[in-house]
Design a protein. Structure first.
Ligand SMILES: [Zn+2]
Length: 240
């Protein structure tokens, strides 16, 4: 049995995915959670961001989340966005990254940083009735870029602010992300490289295994620190 008390997970984004994932990891008695977020609690997101209440609107998410989780694990607050200039320093002492951000810039940056730091990462996403979760090994093969980089042109990417997000759907995906993280911390990689998708409208669940993509940074020496600053997705505007 894995001793979780010595493990640290870094949560990128305390939104509809990060809230349930952080809660599940804290309840599983992981030793430490590093919370990375610079946003405030907003009334229109309360239905899916389960760590916050009406009275928290306007407060920093990171402060509220830390208060709710502090009785269950050690919390380290990092009130910032996950950025090229701070990514690698934030990952020091971390065992796994759980990425539930709402924009492609942060998702690709997290993928690059995880490869550079040699850390596993769990990515999650949710839009309308559809959600996905993906566990990536420390060496990638495949990584997030292998699977998603050429799949969706920037101008066709739906924005969560306009497309909407169903609350229970992201709760489900967030719990799945925590489960994948716990599996990885227990050295179970059987689901790495699989995109697990949830179709909440049709209530269908699917697992699709992907192969590494030729030319991706994870299969060559392209995974160098300068790759972080070359991240072309950093110009993608985040959801408000
Ligand atoms: Zn890759």
């Amino acid at each position: 049995m894995t001793d979780l008390s010595s493990k640290t997970a870094l949560i990128v984004g305390l939104g509809g995915l990060g809230c349930p994932a952080a809660l599940a990891l804290a309840r599983a008695k992981i030793g430490r959670l590093v919370l990375v977020d610079d946003d405030e609690v907003s009334v229109e997101n309360l239905h899916r961001q389960i760590l916050y209440r009406d009275r928290d609107v306007g407060r920093d998410k990171i402060d509220v989340a830390a208060e709710r989780l502090a009785s269950q694990t050690t919390i380290q607050k990092e009130k910032t966005r996950f950025l090229p200039e701070n990514a690698l320093s934030l990952l020091k002492g971390v065992d796994i990254i759980v990425e539930g951000s709402d924009n492609f810039a942060t998702k690709f940056l997290t993928s690059d940083a995880a490869l550079l730091a040699g850390l596993p990462v769990v990515h999650g996403a949710g839009i309308r009735w559809h959600g996905t979760a993906l566990l990536v090994r420390p060496q990638g093969k495949p990584c997030y870029r292998c699977i998603f980089e050429d799949l969706l042109p920037d101008d066709q990417a739906p924005a969560c602010s306009t497309a909407g997000v169903v609350g229970p759907l992201v709760g489900l995906v967030g719990a799945l992300m925590a489960d994948l993280a716990l599996s990885a911390l227990a050295s179970d990689w059987s689901r790495a490289g699989q995109v697990l998708s949830v179709d909440g409208w049709h209530r269908k669940y699917r697992a699709a295994r992907f192969h590494p993509r030729a030319g991706c940074g994870c299969d060559s020496d392209a995974a160098k620190p300068e790759a972080l600053s070359r991240n072309r997705y950093l110009t993608t505007p985040p959801c408000p």
